[in-house]
Design a protein around this ligand. Structure first.
Ligand SMILES: *[C@@H]1O[C@H](CO)[C@@H](O)[C@H](O)[C@H]1NC(C)=O
Ligand SMILES: *[C@@H]1O[C@H](CO)[C@@H](O)[C@H](O)[C@H]1NC(C)=O
Ligand SMILES: *[C@@H]1O[C@H](CO)[C@@H](O)[C@H](O)[C@H]1NC(C)=O
Ligand SMILES: *[C@@H]1O[C@H](CO)[C@@H](O)[C@H](O)[C@H]1NC(C)=O
Ligand SMILES: *[C@@H]1O[C@H](CO)[C@@H](O)[C@H](O)[C@H]1NC(C)=O
Ligand SMILES: *[C@@H]1O[C@H](CO)[C@@H](O)[C@H](O)[C@H]1NC(C)=O
Ligand SMILES: *[C@@H]1O[C@H](CO)[C@@H](O)[C@H](O)[C@H]1NC(C)=O
Ligand SMILES: *[C@@H]1O[C@H](CO)[C@@H](O)[C@H](O)[C@H]1NC(C)=O
Ligand SMILES: *[C@@H]1O[C@H](CO)[C@@H](O)[C@H](O)[C@H]1NC(C)=O
Ligand SMILES: *[C@@H]1O[C@H](CO)[C@@H](O)[C@H](O)[C@H]1NC(C)=O
Ligand SMILES: *[C@@H]1O[C@H](CO)[C@@H](O)[C@H](O)[C@H]1NC(C)=O
Length: 465
């Protein structure tokens, strides 16, 4: 035997001894059969891959794309099937990604799926109409996504016990679920989403481990329980568009890393709560909040968006708003706020303060808001002359000054302006010819003032709206 052959044999042996152990282990036959039985019992379809937009969830496989072309074939290792992932050491099936596969057929309570090690099950957008009973036999799920189905009716009692010790992510959003939620017993939860259902009864409170809690657009009623403050790890809380009542527990500030808080469109009352200084998004519009806006709101130094419109807030606005240095969106409209206008920070692009009782002059410091796109100050009690510097706000798109007591010549905003409303004030004198520079105007109303214009043809179409 020559050296070359000997080397060849060595390589051959090396290949067998050292290459094979590095290939994926085979999927256990019982798990393969469980998958095949499952598939046969349901008639699983795949939406044509052309119009199949693969969901990029945190658990989607690298890089948010699905293996293509290997269908579920008994003579092929199930770990290489589309939609299936296995543990790369034991070969157990740990992930099943069925999103966007409409399921036809009936989910009988005897439909089973025995995959004891399954961790990730994505059955979002599968056209499900019931909660599949086989979920009850899965003990190791960490991620369950049943969102965007048509699951209707009350959530059965057994569902609250599935994967009791492991579940971290549960997405039930965008279904037709009804009824009360009695108790959330999963202790490891990080993410829970009930959005866009018809759930009712008291707001359930998940475990203190929860980082993301979405329960908006349901019919939850009653007060927000103060036990919500035990969720000290919360980053995002979405409770908008429910029927929540009463006052907000004052302990909200205890949730120290909160980033997003949405309480809009409920029937909440009492003083507006002040969340932790980490909060960047705070939505509380369309409730019945009363009292003054406390100056402690300016401790929310990270705020980007604050919406308090359509409440019953009164008193003066704290002058410290200008200290919230990154504020982008401030909505205070339709309250009973009074006193001088508080000017937010120069970063602000949207400032809505109409339909209140603000008095005094519009301070010329408003022109420091050089990023402003929309400024709504109509239906207040603002008086005096308008600062001539409005033209400095170079990207202004919308300026509403109607129904105040403004006087003198109207200030002409920047040529970027599309909408300019200043009717029913006390403006006097000649309409400045600079108004013809508003080449982008779509709508203009200066009616019901004491303005005049010597007869010269104007370039714009007068809009009576
Ligand atoms: C659940 O699936 C939907 C639709 O496929 C997706 O948009 C959503 O992000 C998923 N939820 C989680 C928590 O990954
Ligand atoms: C299954 O795989 C085998 C081997 O690759 C192939 O010969 C057979 O045609 C496949 N069957 C189906 C139904 O795709
Ligand atoms: C096996 O999986 C683990 C964790 O999922 C990963 O870190 C590792 O790189 C994988 N190993 C191989 C050989 O794919
Ligand atoms: C979803 O199910 C309904 C019947 O419940 C059916 O009419 C519809 O075609 C299904 N949608 C898809 C995408 O399969
Ligand atoms: C499951 O239940 C349905 C209806 O009750 C029945 O028709 C079917 O044969 C059952 N399947 C099995 C595998 O038991
Ligand atoms: C939570 O807030 C309440 C009321 O603001 C306070 O009395 C309590 O000490 C706080 N608890 C913690 C753990 O910070
Ligand atoms: C606002 O408060 C007044 C009393 O101050 C009350 O009559 C009214 O119903 C309240 N409006 C809302 C929307 O809560
Ligand atoms: C804004 O912050 C500065 C520095 O922290 C402080 O001196 C000033 O009083 C604050 N302004 C208002 C109106 O609160
Ligand atoms: C407007 O201001 C005047 C005084 O300038 C005051 O008499 C009047 O009550 C105010 N109206 C409203 C609606 O605030
Ligand atoms: C703002 O406008 C005023 C008056 O029109 C002008 O004097 C001033 O220089 C302008 N400031 C800036 C920064 O453009
Ligand atoms: C015109 O403005 C006055 C106040 O300046 C107001 O009382 C009146 O209702 C307004 N008329 C119309 C038609 O808007």
């Amino acid at each position: 035997m020559g050296w070359h052959r000997f080397l060849g044999l060595l390589c051959f042996l090396f290949f067998f001894h050292f290459h094979l152990p590095f290939t994926s282990p085979l999927c256990p036959p019982d798990q393969r059969d469980a998958l095949l039985n499952f598939k046969n019992s349901f008639l699983l379809d795949k939406i044509a891959s052309d119009n199949f937009d693969s969901p990029c969830t945190i658990y989607s496989r690298d890089p948010c794309s699905f293996k293509r072309g290997i269908s579920w074939n008994k003579s092929v290792d199930c770990c290489s099937w589309d939609e299936v992932t296995c543990d790369n050491v034991t070969g157990n099936v740990i992930g099943l990604y069925l999103a966007y596969h409409p399921i036809h057929g009936t989910l009988y309570s005897n439909n089973s799926l025995h995959l004891p090690k399954l961790q990730v099950l994505d059955m979002s957008t599968c056209n499900l109409t019931k909660l599949p009973y086989f979920l009850n036999s899965l003990e190791s799920l960490t991620y369950l996504n049943l969102s965007h189905n048509k699951i209707s009716g009350e959530i059965p009692r057994w569902f609250w016990g599935i994967s009791q010790h492991t579940l971290k992510h549960l997405d039930l959003s965008n279904n037709l679920m009804e009824g009360d939620i009695h108790q959330l017993r999963w202790k490891q939860l990080l993410y829970i989403n009930f959005q866009e259902n018809s759930l009712q009864g008291p707001l359930p409170i998940p475990s203190p481990s929860t980082h993301y809690f979405f329960a908006g657009s349901n019919g939850f009623t009653g007060e927000i329980p103060s036990s919500i403050c035990q969720l000290i790890s919360l980053l995002e809380l979405e409770l908008s568009s429910n029927n929540l009542l009463g006052t907000i527990p004052p302990c909200f500030g205890n949730i120290t890393n909160l980033d997003y808080l949405a309480l809009s469109h409920n029937k909440l009352q009492g003083p507006i709560p002040i969340p932790s200084p980490s909060t960047r998004y705070f939505f509380a519009e369309r409730n019945g909040f009363t009292g003054e806006i406390p100056s402690s709101i300016c401790q929310l130094s990270s705020l980007l968006r604050l919406t308090l419109h359509h409440n019953n807030l009164s008193g003066t606005v704290p002058p410290c708003f200008g200290n919230i240095t990154n504020l982008d969106y401030l909505a205070l409209s339709s309250n009973k706020l009074q006193g001088p206008l508080s000017i937010p920070s120069p970063s602000t692009r949207y400032f809505y303060a109409k339909n209140n009782g603000f008095t005094g002059e519009i301070p010329s410091s408003i022109c420091q808001l050089i990023s402003l796109l929309k400024l709504a100050l109509s239906w207040n009690n603002l008086s005096g002359t308008v600062p001539p510097c409005f033209g400095n706000i170079t990207n202004l798109d919308y300026l509403g000054l109607s129904h105040n007591k403004l006087q003198g010549p109207p200030s002409i905003p920047s040529p970027s302006t599309h909408y300019f409303y200043a009717k029913s004030n006390g403006f006097t004198g000649e309409i400045p010819s600079s108004i013809c520079q508003l080449s982008s105007l779509l709508s203009l109303d200066l009616s019901n003032n004491s303005l005049f214009r010597k007869y010269t043809p104007l370039f714009w179409q007068y809009n009576q709206s």
